[in-house]
Design a protein around this ligand. Structure first.
Ligand code: SF4
Ligand code: F3S
Ligand code: ZN
Length: 103
């Protein structure tokens, strides 16, 4: 599961689509965590898609990640500022790849 303390345990190494990327990143095998308020651990996401289907405000968009061992696309929190903290995505992800900081 995603580390809920990732902002303390990782360093921000990049930016993507207006949100932070938390390392380590070593493409294509290791992609890190995308987003801060809505954070997706790309190394855990296996492209189930439930978060994209269920988010009421369309926070997520697919991004292609060719060559990653878990899946060749990931749910990117492209619109994390729109999040209304409903926690649906956290509940539906089968591999607990998503952390939403509702505090
Ligand atoms: Fe969307 Fe709710 Fe998840 Fe926020 S907590 S990203 S609004 S499903
Ligand atoms: Fe990935 Fe979980 Fe969404 S596996 S696509 S973050 S439901
Ligand atoms: Zn991203």
């Amino acid at each position: 599961a995603i580390d809920p303390q990732f902002t303390e345990n990782r360093e921000q190494v990049d930016e993507h689509n207006g949100h932070a990327v938390w390392g380590p990143v070593d493409e294509p095998d290791e992609l890190g965590i995308h987003g801060t308020h809505v954070a997706v651990d790309f190394d855990i996401c296996l492209a189930d898609g439930a978060c994209l289907e269920d988010c009421p405000v369309d926070v997520f968009e697919w991004v292609e990640t060719p060559g990653h061992p878990e899946s060749e696309e990931k749910a990117d929190p492209a619109n994390e500022a729109q999040c209304i903290d409903c926690m649906l995505c956290v509940d539906v992800c089968p591999v607990d790849a998503i952390d939403v900081d509702a505090g």
